[in-house]
Ligand binder design. Sequence first.
Ligand SMILES: [Zn+2]
Length: 423
Amino acid sequence: MVALIAISILSCKEKSETNFEEESDELAVVVPDVYEFGFNLNDFTVKRDTVRKGDSFGVILERNKIGYPQIFQIAEKAKDTFNIRNLQIGKPYTLLCSKDSLEIPKCFIYQPNQEEFVVISFQDSIHAYTSRKPIKYVEKTVTGIVTSSISEILDKQGISPILTNMLAEQIYAWTIDFTRLQKGDTFKVIYTDKYIDDTIYAGVHNVKAAFFNHKDTPHYAFRYQTDSIKNIHEYYNEAAKDLRRAFLKSPIQFNFRISSRYNLNRRIAYYGFALRPHKGTDFAAAVGTPILATANGTVTESQHKGGNGNYVKIRHNATYETQYLHMQKRKVKVGDRVKQGDVIGWVGMTGNTGGPHVCYRFWKNGQQVDPLKEKFSQSEPIAESLKGDYLEFIKPIKEKLDGLPILEDSNKEEEKNLISQNN
Ligand SMILES: [Zn+2]
């Protein structure tokens, strides 16, 4: 950023009022007001630094000529707003000091993150408050033809990889396999970038709408608020169908009971109460009961191995995998594409098991988690009462999307609309 400096000739009268010390008729530099944190920085000597190892609120202020009795007083008065012990190493702070040669601190401003700042003012009386920097959202568009991976294409246009993740993992996770995009597939995206204080880029805020033509099949996605109180947004297609699919709650449809839950602190008497974490959920059922794939996916493992016995593993998308152990018999092989509810094998007691059950294991980004505690998308079709509103809502957005020309090169700068400020 280039600082603006206005130069004007001051008359003698103005000069006396503004207390300049220069001789008359000389050019005086008038520095325009620069506001930050709600203060005119020109009124102060501004000292910026980051919290370092060994720093505390007291150490910083003492280093800047404030005595301990006053430091205690400030800390005590500020404590309802900000606990001074919460200063974190590496976070920036600013001291606004008197403009005279003494440079006595008048105000301590701490930034726990890019958006928030804590002001502890001790100019006259002591007071403290937390505030936010103004945030601006800018709507942008990007279009393209798939020639390499989507992240490479977006990267070439200087677009954050967050956008690829949003498209692949949130919006199209269940409808398009981003690892199998084909040359010639086309896409258009309307998304919002977030800026703090007008200048600091804070990443992609959200995707408003997207279109993929994948294998000559159009896939629209529109972001829509389904619950204004809880602020819940979902993505639906042009016919108001939901794009995401939830997992089946269990890999067995009828006549089962959960005999052991996911439990990292499980201790087993048989092993002398040694810690034996259980990273699966056991569904006990009769030998021969069908085991169902809990979501669409591709079989990545299908074999008999050690304690697992006969087992099958399925990759559902970039985020999720599931595994089913101790099968009597497997019905699928590696590479098979399965649909939610497809039978992939039958309950048995192969491998390390005391009774017939399927041990169901669930991976999220390579980590085993408890599927009963995962918060999945509600993934319900849009409520009938909202459908009309939804279709009206997407009309102009779809028109805009349809009207976007597909460019191989950057058209990122083509369209920039300010949609909201200070939001
Ligand atoms: Zn188990």
